[in-house]
Write a protein that binds this ligand. Sequence first.
Ligand code: NAD
Length: 501
Amino acid sequence: MYKKNKVILSKILPQIQKDGLQNIIDGKSIAAQSGATFENHSPVDGELIANVAKSDAVDIDIAAKAAAKAFKTWRKMPHKERRNILYAIAEKIEAHAAEIAVLESYDTGQPIRFMKKAAIRGAANFKYFADKAIDAPNGLSTPDTEHLNFTVRQPIGPVGIITPWNAPFMLATWKIAPALAAGCTVVHKPAELSPASATLLCRLAHEAGLPKGVWNMVHGFGESAGKALTEHEDIKAIAFIGETSTGSLIMQQGAPTLKRVHLELGGQNPTIIFEDADLERATDAAIFMKYSLNGERCTSGSRLLLQRSIYDKVVKNLIKRVQNIKVGDPLDPDTEIGPLIHASHQNKVISYGEIGQKDGAKLVVGGGKPDKKGCYVNPTLFVDATKDMRISQEEVFGPFLTVIPFDTEEEAVDIANSVKYGLTAYVWTKDSARGHRMALNVEAGMVWINSQNVRHLPTPFGGVKYSGIGRDGGEYSFDFYMETKNISVALGNHSITKLGV
Ligand code: NAD
C-alpha cells in the first residue's frame, strides 16, 4: 500500500508542479489577474507542490460576478437535474478517491489511513444533499381565519465559502454540497496552506457536468482574497470554518454589507471519564479523539477529565499507548501521526510543551520533535494539570493531550465549562441518568455519551460560546443557505380600514 501511494504521488505531482494551482472562475482555469503566485510546500519533505494563484479583490470580484450571473439559472434548475449533477460529482470523487487521498495527505501531512475515508465522506456529503434538494424549498402552512399563510424557502444567492487547512477536502464538500443543493452558487476560498485538493475537487465538479459559474474557486490569502470575499456586495452569506479570531474578523468585514455568517471555529473540548465507565472503550476513544488527524481537529477531546479513583490506572495505560503511537510518513498506511501543516504550527505546538511545564503540569510523554525532516512533533501527554493552565484553556491543535483529575460530577461540569470554547464534549459513564445530566449541563453544541465523535449527516453540527455561530447538517444547512419567505393569501373579503374617504 505504501509503495502504491508513492506511485500515485509520483504520477500526479509532476503535473501539478508543471501546471500550478490556478483559480477556476466561470468554468475556466485562470491565473490571478495580477499574475502573482505563492509557493505551496509539503509539510512531509518541504518539496514544492505548486505555485498557487495569489488572488486579490480583483479576482474575487470576477468570481462573485460569475456566481451572481450563474445564480439566475442555477436557482431555477429542476430539482431532478440538480440532484443528478450532484450525484455525478459524488461519483467523480469516488472514482478519484485514491488520488484525492494521496494528494490531501501530502499537502496537509494527515495520515493516509484517515484521508482515504475523507474522500469517501466527501462523496457521501454530495449524495446526501443531492437527495435532499427536492425538499429544500418546502415550508410550513400557518392558516389564519381570513388568510392562508404558507412559507417557501428560496436560495439566498451567491455565497462565499472559506475553509481551513486541517481537513480541506472533506470540509469543502461539507459546505459546498448543501449550498449547491439549495440552489445557491458558490465562491470558494480554500486555505493557503493546503490548496491542492480544492483545485482537483472543483475541476472534477465541472467534469461531472456542473454548469460554469455555479462553483468558482479562488486561491489566495485570508487578508486579501478572503477579506474581499466577505466584503463583496454580490455575496449574500459567508460560511466559514477556521480560527475564532478570524471568525470575529469575518463578522466585522461582513457587517457593512449585512452578510449572513455561519462560523465554525475553534475548540478545547473535554472528554470526561467517570469511574463506572467501560475504561477500555473510554481510553480507546480518548486516545483516538486526540491523536487522530494529527490532533489538528476542531472536535478533538483535548482535555481528558478523569475521576480520581481511576486516575492512576487510566494514566498508566495512556502513557503506554501514547508512547506507542507511530509517527511517520503520512503516505505509509501504518502511520498514525504525520507532520503538522507547517513549521510555524509545529513550533507553536512544541512551545506548549514548555508552557505546560512552566505552569506546573507534568510532562509524561513526548514534547519536542523527532529527529527527522518534516514538520513532525512527538505525541505529547501532560498529566496533573488544572483547569486554569494555558494547556487547558487554549487550543493547541496538535497531538497534545492534557489530563485533569476531578472528584465529583459538579466539579467535572465546572472544569468542562471553564474554557471560552464550547464545541463538543464526550462523556463516559454507565449511569444513564448521570450521562444525560452531564449532556444537559456541559456547554457544548454537540455531546457524545459513551462514544467518540461519530457524524450522522442529518444532525446539527456547530458550537456555542467562542466555538461558533450557527449549525450545519441536514435541514440546518438549508436554513443557512436559504431565505424563508411567507406568502399570505386572502381567503375572502376581510375588512380593510378605509382612509381618505
Ligand atoms: P484560519 O482562521 O487561520 O483560516 C481559515 C481560513 O480563513 C483560511 O482560508 C484563511 O485564508 C481565511 N482567512 C484568514 N483571515 C481572513 C480574513 N480576514 N477574512 C477572510 N478570510 C480569512 O484557520 P486555520 O488555521 O486554517 O484552521 C484551523 C482552525 O480551524 C482551528 O481553530 C480549528 O479549530 C478550526 N476548525 C473548526 C472547525 C469547526 O467545525 N468548528 C473545523 C475545522 C477547523
